[in-house]
Design a protein around this ligand. Structure first.
Ligand code: ADP
Ligand code: MG
Length: 323
């Protein structure tokens, strides 16, 4: 199977549809052509997945196809942008037809669910490496930027954090995580659910200000948002949603999973207190649970507060590839 046969067989689906008609020209020419809605801004993001660094060599190819796109869709969600399409740059050690078919199945299932068609890419031989670029659109002024948090805002998180980290430790065989790999936690690690419906709903809420998606741990990613906005925050720890699988962990490990777990792909966002009702509606309309976990402060530090309002020390940092 040559390069072009591989593309035709596994990635070219005729005709490229979805993106609500934004795709004028899909796979097969030198460039794809996308037509955003009149007056909208393009939102663009790339994410790369490298074997041994972002996934285990033996991960199910369907899950890998899903996750490679999910982490990119999550960036659009965090901006409040609607997906239009994506490109896929692929380095493969060999053209394994069975592997490719399963990878494509996971990839396209998620792409179809989000009406986000594959419009192009590049294919080469090399160590397994996947890079996806997503294109989305958002109305001017409605993007949920990291630098838009304001002192006095409420701080919210969607879904719940920490399970992906638990599953990672279980797969590694880390003692405190227990020997059994919990199925739901593993699904959170391998098949994360990007929160696009919530992101788009939030972008239309006037009082919703800043957002970031959680890829490297809640505390670290919140730090990026706070720094960009020049503000601080208080998190009320008892308010954090805790999955059943995390409930039995020692306190310090539970906090580590919740606040520094990584791979959560939930949305962390801020909104004016006047917007509480609108946020609840956005949550209901998008079928995505959200929890108010704290507030934004003028003092530029992050403070974690326990049940009695006492400051809880926490040292773990977000994940950094070069740290
Ligand atoms: P060029 O040499 O002009 O860059 P290529 O020969 O690399 O084009 O690719 C041919 C066509 O197939 C292009 O439209 C490109 O976008 C598409 N393509 C290549 N690899 C992939 C892939 N992995 N997934 C989807 N489309 C791809
Ligand atoms: Mg090319």
């Amino acid at each position: 199977m040559g390069e072009f046969e591989l593309i035709r067989r596994h990635f070219q689906r005729a005709p490229a549809t979805g993106g609500d008609g934004a795709v004028v020209l899909g796979i097969g020419d030198d460039c794809a052509l996308l037509q955003p809605s009149p007056g909208h801004q393009l939102a663009i993001s790339s994410d790369m997945l490298v074997e041994g660094r972002h996934f285990f060599a033996d991960v199910a190819p369907e899950a890998l196809g899903h996750k490679a796109l999910a982490v990119n869709l999550s960036d659009l969600a965090a901006m409040g942008a609607r997906p239009l399409g994506f490109t896929l740059a692929l380095a493969l050690p060999q053209a394994d037809s069975d592997w490719l078919a399963r990878f494509a199945q996971g990839l396209f299932a998620l792409a179809d669910a989000h009406a986000c068609p594959l419009v192009g890419g590049d294919t080469t031989r090399g160590p397994l490496n996947l890079c996806i670029t997503v294109f989305g659109e958002v109305k001017p002024g409605q993007a949920l930027r990291r630098d838009a948090a304001r002192a006095g805002d409420d701080l919210y998180v969607s879904g719940r954090t920490g399970e992906a980290r638990l599953a990672l430790e279980q797969l590694r065989g880390t003692e405190w995580a227990g020997t059994a790999v919990e199925a739901e936690a593993r699904a959170r690690l391998e098949r994360p659910t990007p929160r696009n419906a919530l992101g788009v709903a939030l972008s239309a809420v006037a009082g919703a200000h800043a957002a970031i998606d959680l890829s490297d741990g809640l505390a670290g990613d919140l730090g990026h948002l706070l720094q960009a906005s020049g503000v601080g925050a208080e998190i009320h720890l008892p308010a954090l949603p805790v999955a059943p699988a995390l409930q039995g962990l020692p306190e310090a490990r539970r906090l580590e999973c919740l606040l520094a777990g990584g791979d959560d792909y939930e949305l962390l966002f801020t909104a004016a207190p006047e917007a509480r009702e609108a946020i609840a509606l956005a949550s209901a309309d998008s079928g995505t649970p959200v929890t108010r976990i704290g507030r934004i402060t003028a003092a530029p530090s992050l403070r974690l507060l326990g049940a009695a309002g006492q400051v809880v020390p926490f040292g773990a940092q977000g994940f950094d590839h070069f740290a």
